[in-house]
Design a protein around this ligand. Structure first.
Ligand code: SF4
Length: 371
């Protein structure tokens, strides 16, 4: 069975920092306490956070609202960028996959998905990672082949936005927690990261532009429903029966569908926010007419939408067992599946296959170069 407790334990070894502090780990009230400890007024914390997040000043020496002595102290004591770009690859559709190295040598990937909207606005969505690797072992996912290395620090999660903006030379407008790892297994760091990315008058990202996607960690969904962070929640559903879901996603052995869907229902009742069900289509496995009927029933339990996702092959990880048998549903059947859901009044989107040519699409992140 999955050792979910272990995932909690593994963090960045503090010795890696050599006595320095990760600025991106500090919540405002914690930074205030540190300023007091340093003999500074509390409001210096707000000036530092404003310089760091709103003005993107990664070098404390450039935070000119601070006195010189404090700037020097911040430069000596804080690590402001715990990720180093190793490489980035641009897809023919504009998607950019970035490979970052962390201070202890672990690596994670983030993916930028650019979209030009009909109303003329540009959307820049960053898909971010919350763990180095992942312990959940979903059959369709390349990250699963890495197993769990460790949980990311808050600073390493938020830092992906700051680092990506540097690489791309443009602002991120939307964030999805759908990269490497299960966000709700790194609960505290993820919730803290959301608080920091939505902090202040000029937040890095607006809460309504943040979506957290989970494989279905029931107690954490219940807990998230009680948080005062107004982000969107998506569930990686991918099957309408317990039997198939357990084969595709080992985490489903811990909580059956009814328990999970009841938690989603409570999440909706507590927050009033519609939920999203992610559904990867596998040829002949979960794309039958019976699946459509069951999916309609699931989607009608609370206001929700369904994101249908074409399966992106992960042959480059040399899959075995069920993973080796998974095939994408043909395009015509995807269209029929989507049309049937829409006829039943279920808001349904097809998630486009951004970045397939560079292995940056959903479920393809495995620290590999383009296949
Ligand atoms: S799909 Fe998500 S939860 Fe499942 S193994 Fe991949 S990264 Fe982990």
């Amino acid at each position: 069975m999955l050792e979910l407790g272990q995932a909690k334990m593994r963090r960045l070894n503090p010795e890696t920092l050599g006595g320095r502090l990760l600025l991106g780990n500090f919540l405002p009230e914690e930074l205030q306490a540190l300023m007091v400890e340093w003999g500074q007024p509390r409001y210096r914390a707000e000036q530092i956070l404003h310089g760091y997040y709103a003005e993107r000043r990664l070098d404390p020496m450039e935070m000119t609202t601070l006195p010189l002595v404090l700037r020097q102290q911040c430069a000596e004591r804080f690590v402001t960028m715990p990720l180093k770009l190793v490489t980035h690859t641009r897809s023919s559709d504009g998607t950019v996959k970035m490979l970052f190295e962390l201070l202890d040598g672990n690596r994670v990937e983030s993916v930028l998905i650019p979209r030009e909207m009909r109303d003329g606005r540009s959307r820049r969505t960053l898909c971010i990672s919350t763990q180095a690797g992942c312990p959940l072992g979903c059959a369709f996912c390349a990250t699963a082949s890495l197993k769990l290395r460790r949980n990311l620090e808050t600073a390493e999660i938020v830092g992906q936005i700051l680092a990506a903006e540097r690489v791309l030379g443009e602002r991120i407008t939307n964030v999805v927690f759908m990269g490497m790892g299960e966000p709700l297994l790194n609960y505290d760091a993820v919730v803290r990261a959301v608080r920091l990315m939505t902090w202040g008058q000029q937040p890095l990202v607006a809460p309504r532009h943040i979506t957290l996607s989970t494989a279905g960690i029931v107690p954490a969904i219940e807990r998230l429903a009680q948080e005062s962070i107004a982000i969107k929640l998506a569930l990686s559903l991918h099957a309408t029966t317990d039997n198939l879901r357990r084969r595709l996603m080992p985490i489903a052995r811990r909580w059956d569908l009814e328990t999970l869907l009841a938690a989603m229902e409570r999440y909706y009742r507590a927050t009033g926010r519609a939920v999203t069900y992610e559904y990867i289509l596998f040829d002949g496995l979960n794309d039958t007419d019976a699946d459509i009927r069951r999916l309609v029933k699931i989607a009608r339990r609370v206001p929700s939408k369904v994101n249908v996702i074409p399966f992106h092959p992960i042959d480059f990880t040399n899959p075995t067992g069920l993973a080796a048998e998974l095939r994408p549903t043909p395009r015509e059947r995807i269209a029929e599946f989507v049309a049937a859901l829409r006829r039943q009044g279920i808001p349904t989107m097809v998630r486009s296959s951004s970045g397939v040519d560079i292995a940056a699409a959903c479920g393809q992140l495995a620290l590999t170069a383009a296949p």
